[in-house]
Design a protein around this ligand. Structure first.
Ligand code: AMP
Length: 411
């Protein structure tokens, strides 16, 4: 790597989309710390359709957002289009300033406990994990292959959503099913959103003025996908997602926890196929299944208009959230902070208020004024007297991926 190479391109490849950010990780002149300045951000969506769309914003030059519509056939074409946009801003992928490409990879199984430089063997292992992440890993693999073809000489790093959770003890990670069957099929609780849980738990400790090793934090990542984690002294000891992202909290379109016998019932009694049940639980359940909307803004608007279905969906969402706060308080023994993050956690004050309402005996409370204030910065929303800090900590998975990637290629 060249001494001047300080840029990292972060790629998050989904089945029909690619999100990207180009960051400069060079040391800030004053602080000497990694800067993580965003030079460009964008996304390509509806890949493979006639109406694909590329939205690119060159932040470095204070440039205007550029949007292009038109068929983008596959990930290869998508990445080439992204490369052309970056090149138009003088930020091309052929620049000697590019140090590495960091890829978000959803499932790293048990093997990948840390960010990893990708070679053929690593790629083969990520492929071996496709059966446990059929919705995510294939898209991540396509993104990696395409990026490697474009810049074969450049270090490419995989940052795994599961890695932060590999510290979970066996008693939290194992399902109570026959051990031989579980092991033969690698069935266990892996957890996801790990990059976010790692970043937010660390930032929460920073907000409290402590080292991560000194604090116990419950992180509530509430986006369209949602998960909770219990983090003791900087290490994850439990998380709500399992073999797949379906387990745990009520999400935008996923059911979260459910009696597995519901699936047998749907098969035997309702005559549904495995794929239909999969789609029902992953795409037509959660908030959207309960009330037809998965956007919390819309649900709150409907509640304000007296809509009963929206109210019930909200109440079910909050009930599950409370159960996890209670469970993880017990798992941790002592809780220093509860941190809300992601789209709902960062923006929906009524969710934060309702989630901790009635938990005063557990040391939890929110201050109405602090909770209602809007800010993009990490902040405390609990009153001074509360034993447990309640925080809103905006997540930044791309920055975390860029930092981990940059640290690895500079190690
Ligand atoms: P994420 O997956 O983290 O991007 O979160 C997306 C979700 O955040 C959306 O589906 C909304 O439910 C929620 N969300 C985003 N902005 C707001 C807001 N201002 N108020 C309430 N919920 C929001």
């Amino acid at each position: 790597m060249s001494a001047t190479a300080t840029r990292v391109l972060v790629l998050n490849s989904g089945s029909s989309s690619v999100k990207y950010q180009l960051l400069d990780m060079g040391a800030e002149p004053d602080s000497g710390s990694a800067a993580g300045t965003r030079l460009a951000v964008g996304l390509v969506e509806r890949i493979g359709e006639e109406s694909s769309r590329l939205v690119h914003t060159p932040l470095a030059a204070g440039g205007e957002k550029r949007e292009t519509e038109g068929a983008i056939a596959d990930h290869d074409a998508a990445l080439k289009a992204v490369a052309a946009e970056l090149a138009a801003d003088g930020l091309g992928l052929d620049s000697p300033e590019l140090a590495a490409i960091g890829h978000r990879v959803v499932h790293g199984g048990l093997k990948f406990t840390a960010p990893t430089v990708i070679d053929d063997a690593v790629l083969a292992e990520i492929e071996r994990l496709v059966p446990v992440a059929p919705l995510h890993n294939p898209a991540n693999i396509t993104g990696i292959r395409t990026a490697r073809a474009l810049r074969p000489d450049l270090p490419q790093v995989a940052v795994f959503d599961t890695a932060f959770h590999t510290t979970m003890p066996e008693h939290a990670a194992r399902y109570a099913i026959d051990v031989a069957t579980a092991d033969a099929h690698r069935i266990r609780r892996y957890g996801f959103h790990g990059t976010s849980h790692a970043y937010v738990s660390r930032k929460t400790a920073e907000l409290l003025g402590k080292d991560p090793s000194e604090v116990n934090v419950i992180v509530l990542h509430l986006g369209n996908g949602a998960s909770a984690s219990a983090v003791a002294g900087g290490r994850c000891v439990d998380t709500s997602m399992g073999l797949t992202p379906l387990e745990g909290l009520v999400m935008g379109t996923r059911s979260g926890d459910i009696d597995p016998a519901v699936t047998f019932h749907l098969k035997r009694v309702a005559g549904m196929s495995t794929d239909e049940i999969d789609a029902l639980l992953n795409k037509k359940s959660g908030l959207v299944g309960l009330c037809g909307d998965n956007d919390m803004r819309e649900i709150r608007r409907r509640i304000d208009e007296g809509d009963e279905r929206a109210r019930l969906a909200f109440d079910i969402y909050i009930h599950r959230l409370k159960k996890y706060i209670g469970a993880y308080s017990a798992v941790l023994g002592k809780v220093d902070a509860v941190a809300f993050t992601a789209g709902v956690g960062e923006n929906a004050a009524p969710v934060r208020e309702a989630a901790v309402a009635g938990l005063e005996e557990m040391g939890l409370a929110v201050d109405a004024t602090l909770n209602a204030a809007r800010s993009g910065e990490p902040r405390l929303i609990s009153p001074d007297y509360a034993r447990v800090a309640v925080a809103v900590v905006p997540t930044d998975e791309e920055l975390e991926i860029a930092q981990q990637t940059y640290a690895l290629v500079n190690a």
